[in-house]
Design a protein around this ligand. Structure first.
Ligand code: PRP
Ligand code: MG
Length: 212
């Protein structure tokens, strides 16, 4: 019998609420995240705990069948992956921020500047739309430190409460996109797996309705 493999974030901002959603739809997981894979007791589902940035490729390759992931990560790396459902939690925005002390009038002020980010594709698309050329510096975490250590003139990262920007003396100047957690689906899915996914999606819809 088929088993649907669902990826969730191993640790980070989406993890807890992803696990809570699975619990709320009646999928109980036996093992903790010490193991990278866990089976559901009462449903043909396996949960894989993975790094956020790796999930889009696993979906593309069909290594996992579905994932709970930030929409922003799909926009960055998930071309061809479908969003089955928006999940209504972990909302954030992808923004460009600059030091508070910088006199910023428009995006033109970033022409020729260095921007540190974990989302190079997203930033590049945005800059191209605006006709701006900047030097992107790719960092995988703690991006907001970059201007303070002289690594970049601006950053682009996700903003939720805004407290990380605040603590690092940065101000938000451009919003590129809004994001939230979504249920994403591999383009390679057979009928049996699709049937399991349909059941899960049905349950998710009713849980989300109940939350509103
Ligand atoms: C994320 C993101 C921002 C911050 C935004 O970082 O990269 O830095 O959260 O949230 P806030 O607006 O509520 O402060 P995270 O803490 O996940 O760590 P990382 O950047 O090292 O991955
Ligand atoms: Mg961060």
């Amino acid at each position: 019998m088929s088993v649907l493999r669902i990826a969730v974030q191993k640790s980070g901002r989406l993890h807890d609420e992803s696990m809570e959603l699975l619990k709320d739809i009646g999928i109980s997981i036996d093992n903790g995240i010490d193991q990278l894979k866990a089976s559901a007791r009462n449903f043909p589902v396996e949960v894989f705990y993975l790094r956020n940035g790796d999930i889009p490729q696993y979906l593309k390759d069909g290594v996992v069948d579905a994932a709970i992931i930030g929409e922003n990560v799909l926009i960055e790396k998930g071309e061809g992956i479908n969003v089955a459902e928006k999940l209504g939690f972990s909302s954030c925005r992808v923004c460009i921020a600059v030091p508070k002390t910088m006199e910023y009038k428009s995006i033109k002020d970033l022409d020729g500047k260095r921007i540190a980010t974990s989302y190079p594709h997203t930033v590049q698309m945005y800059l191209e739309e605006q006709g701006i050329k900047a030097n992107l510096h790719i960092i995988n975490g703690s991006v907001e430190i970059a201007p303070n250590i002289g690594l970049a003139d601006a950053i682009c990262d996700i903003v939720s409460s805004g407290s990380t920007l605040f603590k690092n003396n940065l101000k938000e100047v451009e919003m590129i996109l809004k994001s939230e957690a979504v249920l994403a689906v591999s383009p390679i899915l057979d009928e049996e797996k699709q049937a399991i996914l349909d059941k899960i999606q049905f349950r998710i819809k009713s849980v989300l309705k109940g939350r509103n």
